[in-house]
Design a protein around this ligand. Structure first.
Ligand SMILES: [Zn+2]
Length: 485
């Protein structure tokens, strides 16, 4: 059995000024055929799962295509998308005949002229393979589920957990299902239900935690091959933005449809109560100073994982105003400031302007005389099984505050980001990080308290105010009762 596998992924925040091109992929992650490292990335996990499977099954031959991933950002330019897409399509043509094509996708990529990049890619893959070849993909749940994707593929599997710690497991499930389908042991049939809502649905908290447990139990039935919750991605202004339920059965479309609807309506009943408490900056800082031990402050709406710059200063400005000390900030994206720090050298004291440069809403730049404490080229943090590049980083110190400045936009996944620059995070009173929920698993064990801080910007976090122009359906919370219409 010959399996072709490749990956092309990013998450497009169509409201973001951080435009994306082919260099954004080369900078974040790019592996041409045969050059993918042994560790998976979030979206290229199918390739690693294929290698694993082939290593213990002599009848499987894996043909590797290119894998690339760009940090979430603004609209992808047309030529860049077409170049990366066509590279994979050419590799597939050269690899034919194959019995299966397994792609690592994200599912929220939008390019100029393409509001459904993954639907376009899957359709072109199907044109090359023709019917009868298994086409499957893994998706990030923060994606859009479109008719083109469902039509062109046999199985789509989204990560169940948010944080997405189960991405390798989903990739292994996809490979297992692909092999079973090619060997005619199962006949996958996909059914979906449009939940007519958009919300943020962390599975580290109730009610989503129990919902995911229930879904895993349902998957134990032999007729149910896979169940995915497509959370949706509210920063993507595209026609099919919103939450959907996707059920893959073993050739039982009626059961699939019924289950998708039942679970989808249950999910709809959770709307508006899936998030942990979000505090204002003022409340969070008051709680932080009252607490002994380490407080983790998550700047939830300046999370580069959602496509914004990650250079916001709204919370740090207030920390400075309150003269709080023993604070570590990880990270603020500012390639220009990092360059100046590298030029000045470790130990230098310099006047530096940093942060707050990418847009009008994320706070003013900060001007300080700082000490350049540490410089590190190509720093990395860990996330589950993968290493996340932070780029060249500079640790600066002033007024009892340490700030890590980085050059590769990335969200704060794990305390290892502080250790990479020589900071012991558990010794700090306050850790300010930029992440909506992926940080939780890693940071909670060292924290006396974890506070989610709603600074109000720059992510478009209120669907009622985002002013979607391409959305075609009524969805909650823009419409109170979308099923009534
Ligand atoms: Zn996601």
């Amino acid at each position: 059995m010959r399996i072709f596998t490749a990956s092309l992924a990013t998450e497009t925040n169509t409201f973001s000024p951080m435009y994306t091109d082919v260099h954004s992929f080369y900078q974040s992650f790019y592996a041409p055929p045969g050059q993918h490292p042994d560790t998976p990335t979030l979206c290229s996990a199918p390739l690693i799962a294929c290698r694993e499977y082939a290593s213990s099954n002599a009848n499987i031959e894996v043909i590797e295509g290119s894998c690339s991933w760009a940090e979430p950002g603004g609209l992808l330019n047309r030529q860049s998308y077409e170049q990366l897409r066509d590279e994979i399509l050419l590799q597939l043509r050269q690899a034919m005949p194959v019995q299966a094509v397994l792609l690592g996708l994200h599912g929220a990529m939008v390019a100029q002229g393409y509001d459904d990049c993954e639907g376009d890619l899957l359709t072109r893959v199907r044109e090359i393979t023709g019917p009868g070849v298994f086409i499957g993909a893994t998706l990030d749940p923060h994606s859009h589920l479109t008719p083109d994707r469902l039509k062109a593929s046999d199985v789509l599997i989204a990560f169940k957990e948010f944080p997405h710690l189960d991405f390798m497991q989903c990739a292994r499930d996809l490979v297992r299902l692909a092999v079973a389908a090619v060997q005619r042991e199962v006949k996958p049939s996909m059914s979906s239900f449009d939940c007519r809502m958009i919300d943020v649905l962390p599975t580290s908290h109730e009610p989503m935690k129990s919902f995911i447990t229930k879904i895993r139990q349902l998957e134990q039935q032999p007729s149910v091959l896979s169940i995915s919750v497509i959370h949706g991605f509210m920063a993507g202004d595209v026609p099919y933005m919103g939450t959907q339920l996707l059920v893959v059965t073993d050739n039982e479309p009626e059961l699939g449809q019924q289950l998708a609807k039942q679970l989808g309506l249950e999910l709809f009943s959770f709307r508006g109560r899936t998030l942990p408490r979000f505090d204002s900056i003022e409340t969070a800082l008051t709680l932080a100073v009252q607490s002994k031990g380490t407080t983790v402050l998550a700047d939830v709406w300046d999370n580069p994982g959602g496509g914004v710059a990650g250079d916001g200063t709204l919370i740090l400005q207030q920390i400075l105003a309150r003269k709080l000390t023993n604070v570590a900030v990880g990270t603020i994206w500012d390639p220009m400031a990092v360059k100046l720090c590298f030029a000045a050298g470790e130990g230098a004291r310099i006047s530096l302007r940093f942060g707050g440069k990418s847009c009008a809403t994320a706070g003013e730049p900060i001007d300080k005389v700082v000490q350049v404490v540490r410089l590190k080229a190509n720093a990395e943090q860990q996330f589950a099984d993968s290493s996340v590049p932070m780029g060249d980083c500079a640790l600066i110190k002033f007024d009892g505050i340490d700030v890590i400045l980085n050059t590769n936009r990335c969200q704060s996944f794990d305390p290892s980001l502080f250790r990479a620059l020589g900071i012991a995070p558990e010794e700090r009173s306050l850790l300010l990080i930029k992440s909506t929920n992926h940080f939780y698993q890693g940071f909670a064990p060292l924290a006396a308290q974890v506070l989610y801080v709603d600074a109000g910007a720059p992510y478009p976090s209120d669907p009622k105010r985002n002013g979607y122009r391409h959305l075609t359906r009524p969805i909650w919370p823009i419409v109170e009762e979308p099923f009534a219409l």
